[in-house]
Design a protein around this ligand. Structure first.
Ligand code: PLP
Length: 355
């Protein structure tokens, strides 16, 4: 496994004085204080021991309610939920349990880099379909025996929110091919045009991944949940028992408080930033308007690595697109930053477009 190029961008940023860092995949706002207080309280109350492997019942109940009310998933109940140490850990459990060498796995592209890297690690045979897929384009896979289908919705790195029709197409394909459908919904709240839909609402075999990292700036606290049928949950729980053991205890208590926190003002700030980036760049680059998450994935004339070198000369750090797709002519930009940084970044990008 190659060490993550995103980390390399991070290292690069450290060597530049006052960099314009638009490479970071986490919110720039602090974790809301009520969540921190809940975590502190849990620590002071001595809730520092191992928890049940599948997670504390109070969080699983709160998540079941969240899935029912916010995602419209009526069958959600605590026995179908596993609490994990972030979605990264959920992916590890899932791929470890499900994937055998040679299995065909379909990944919607551009993709979160952990999917292909980890799938390859488990010996999977990777198939990709572009996120703009139509039902005809999906039908070429229907005669295959797919082990799993995975995507992030909204997408890291493009901000694309898949349409209901597309999601139904993936669910139909999963049903036909016997694939597990894995829906990574870590950016679900960052849905600027109210387009996000959980396919788990209508396709009960969906494995829905929900994360706390991005929504509440809890990336370092490691918390996520998997909603799936009882057989999958039981298997993954056994595997978690022998590996990760449990998600951090005090973080789980913080998660309950997080679910009660209104994040709408933060989302509105990012919606304005999304609009600002698009309006600043649309005349200068081939760029699709992002619908969610906090990224744009835009085309450049140079190769991505060449463009990065030129950008760095202007103190600007972005992530080269090759790690998210077969294209070597895209850059990922994160607008999860403050206004001053974002304005400096747009100025640098407009200048770069005319060089
Ligand atoms: C699509 C997607 N899934 C999962 C993760 C990892 O999330 P976690 O912090 O929950 O491990 C990320 C982080 O960048 C992501 O972008």
């Amino acid at each position: 496994m190659d060490s993550s190029p995103i980390r390399k961008a991070f290292e690069l940023a450290r060597t530049i004085e006052n960099p314009i860092n638009l490479s970071i995949g986490q919110p720039h706002f602090p974790c809301p204080p009520n969540i921190i207080e809940a975590m502190n309280r849990a620590a002071i109350d001595g809730k520092t021991a191992y928890t049940l492997t599948a997670g504390i019942p109070e969080l699983k109940e709160a998540m079941a309610e969240k899935y029912q009310i916010q995602n419209g998933i009526e069958y959600a109940k605590p026995d179908r939920i596993l609490v994990t140490s972030g979605i990264s850990s959920a992916l590890f459990l899932l791929f470890n349990a499900l994937v055998n060498p040679g299995d065909d796995c379909l990944v919607v592209s551009p993709y979160f880099l952990m999917y292909p890297s980890m799938l390859k690690f488990y010996g999977a045979n990777l198939l990709t379909v572009d996120e703009s897929f139509t039902s005809e384009e999906l039908s070429v896979f229907s005669s295959k025996k797919l082990k799993l289908i995975i995507y992030s919705n909204p997408s890291n790195p493009t901000g694309k929110v898949l349409s209901k029709e597309q999601l139904r197409g993936l669910a139909n394909l999963a049903e036909k091919t016997g694939a597990y459908l894995i829906s990574d919904e870590i950016y679900e709240l960052f849905d600027y045009d109210k387009q996000f839909y959980s396919i788990g609402k209508e396709y009960e075999k969906t494995i829905t991944l929900t994360g706390f990292s991005k929504t509440y700036n809890m990336t370092g606290l490691r918390l996520a949940t998997i909603l799936a049928d009882e057989v999958v949950i039981k298997t993954l729980t056994t595997l978690q028992q022998y590996t990760v053991v449990c998600a951090p205890s005090i973080t789980q208590w913080a998660g309950i408080e997080a679910l009660k926190t209104d994040m709408s003002s933060y989302i509105q700030d990012y919606r304005e930033k999304r609009d600002f980036v698009y309006d600043s760049l649309k005349a200068h680059y081939e760029i699709q308007k992002s619908g969610g998450a906090f990224y744009f994935f835009f085309k450049v004339k140079d190769t991505d690595e060449e463009f990065l070198q030129k950008a760095v000369k202007k103190k600007l750090i972005l992530v080269p697109g090759y790690i998210f797709s077969p294209s070597k002519h895209h850059m990922r930009l994160s607008f999860a930053t403050d206004w001053d940084n974002l304005k400096r970044g747009m100025k640098a990008l407009v200048e770069l477009a005319s060089e």
